[in-house]
Write a protein that binds this ligand. Structure first.
Ligand SMILES: [Zn+2]
Length: 160
């Protein structure tokens, strides 16, 4: 709180906190908008801080974290299975003794910016069977995004 002297701040901490909260509540939209703009201009910094905070949170809330993952998995089983299956087929991965036969993957470039570096598979739909995955790739529902475009597309769905 650079606006106050330390002494004043400590003496009026409750009042200041209430005021800050009230200020935040009435200006929430602008504050969040500004934060979002700032973060998208400083994406590396944002990612770094996000990583550190997430790690700290995980360490302090290990059980909750495990539970969240489990709950998320239960609710999104198809997504998980689809992601794993897609990468097994597209990259011809080995699982135990079994090696998946490669299928024709998506076009080898980021759909947004056309780079061919740091590509990640992006799903718009989540088929789990081989046939359906092949069809989804053909129909353009599964394609590559580069790491930057991918995290941007995910982040645009998150309200900061
Ligand atoms: Zn890209």
């Amino acid at each position: 709180m650079g606006r106050y002297s330390k002494e004043y701040y400590l003496k009026n901490i409750k009042k200041i906190k209430v005021n800050n909260r009230r200020y935040y509540q009435t200006h929430k939209k602008e504050i969040l908008k500004r934060a979002r703009e700032y973060n998208s201009r400083n994406l590396d910094r944002f990612r770094e801080i996000h990583k550190i905070r997430a790690r700290e949170w995980r360490e302090n809330n290990y059980k909750k974290w495990r539970k969240n993952i489990k709950d998320y998995y239960e609710k999104n089983k198809n997504k998980y299975i689809s992601r794993i299956a897609t990468s097994c087929y597209v990259y011809g991965k080995k699982r135990g003794d079994y090696t998946f036969k490669k299928i024709d993957g998506p076009k080898n470039e980021c759909k947004e910016c056309k780079t061919n570096k740091n590509l990640q598979i992006h799903h718009e739909i989540y088929p789990t069977r081989k046939k359906e995955i092949i069809q989804a790739i053909k129909d353009g529902y599964i394609y590559y995004l580069c790491k930057d475009c991918h995290s941007r597309s995910r982040r645009s769905k998150i309200v900061l």
